[in-house]
Every structure is written in structure tokens, then in C-alpha cells.
Design a protein. Structure first.
Length: 162
């Protein structure tokens, strides 16, 4: 049976179908602090409280090139003070063409971070382990829910008029 193609490009795709290519992925910013190691060696203190914040950002770099970044902050504390403080910005650069404008923002804030997350998760686990602690194993993140929450918050804010 012969393979059918659409359009003149011979690839079996319509010429206007969205095209996405990962150009690069990288650590944009990284900080790991272990400020109270002496206190922790002398006394373990109470079990740690862990606070994790995740956010995503996106920006346009060039005509069809965009950057999407996961911003991760994790802080473990107990009665002795801060156990560790991790801040990681893990980003990717994506070339995107033929994507309808209304779909661009959700794609950059949902799909791109979903592609980057396993790498950021691995870095967080490795950094905390190498810092002398059990690895921080982040649960999967629903980036669509984060996007919806952001949309609802921006719609709830009162509009400023001059």
C-alpha cells in the first residue's frame, strides 16, 4: 500500500502544522546552601519541615525562539534553623513555528516545563544528596493546573485604570 502525503514537503505533514524543536536545555541559575552544618553535626534537632515552591516562566528570545524555565525553591528547616536552601532555575530554549497565537502561552507554560521537569527533578535529588541529605524526590507536577491557577489569579486581580 502506498504512503499518502499531504502538501508538497513529502514528509506526510500539512505545511502549516506546528513545529517544535528543543534547541537547548540548561541550568540558568543554581544555589545550594547548607548554612547550619555545624549545628546539625552536633545535634540532629527535630525532624525537618520542607517547603517547596515551583513556578514557571517563559519569554521570547527571537522570532520563533522561546525560553521556558522552571523555578524551583526548596527549603528544609527545623528548630536548629535552616538545614538547606535550594534554588534552581532550569530552562530550555525551544524553536516554535506555525503554532496559533492563543496556543503559544499554554504550550510554553505547560508542555515545555513538562519536558524539562525530569531533568530538574534529577538535579534537585542529586544536589540534596551531594549536600549530605536524603535526596529530594519531587512528585510529578501538574503544569496544566499551575497554568489554570495563574490564569484565575490574574483574572481575579482588579484592573488598574488611569
Amino acid at each position: 500500500m502506498a504512503e499518502q502525503t499531504t502538501g508538497g514537503n513529502g514528509e506526510g505533514k500539512a505545511p502549516d502544522s506546528p513545529q517544535v524543536r528543543v534547541i537547548a536545555q540548561y541550568i540558568k541559575d543554581l544555589s545550594f546552601e547548607n548554612p547550619n552544618v555545624r549545628k546539625l553535626l552536633e545535634s540532629q534537632g527535630e525532624p525537618p519541615n520542607l517547603r517547596v515552591e515551583v513556578n514557571v516562566n517563559a519569554s521570547k528570545i527571537a522570532d520563533t525562539v522561546y525560553e521556558s524555565a522552571i523555578l524551583l525553591k526548596a527549603e528544609a528547616t527545623n528548630n536548629l534553623g535552616t538545614i538547606y536552601d535550594l534554588e534552581l532555575a532550569y530552562a530550555g530554549m525551544f524553536q516554535i513555528s506555525n503554532l496559533p497565537e492563543p496556543a503559544l502561552e499554554p504550550f510554553l507554560l505547560i508542555n515545555c516545563p513538562a519536558l524539562l521537569f525530569p531533568f530538574a527533578r534529577r538535579l534537585a535529588a542529586d544536589l540534596t544528596r551531594e549536600g549530605g541529605f536524603p535526596p529530594l524526590l519531587l512528585d510529578p507536577i501538574d503544569f496544566a493546573a499551575l497554568f489554570m491557577k495563574r490564569q484565575q489569579e490574574s483574572q481575579a486581580q482588579p484592573k488598574v485604570t488611569n
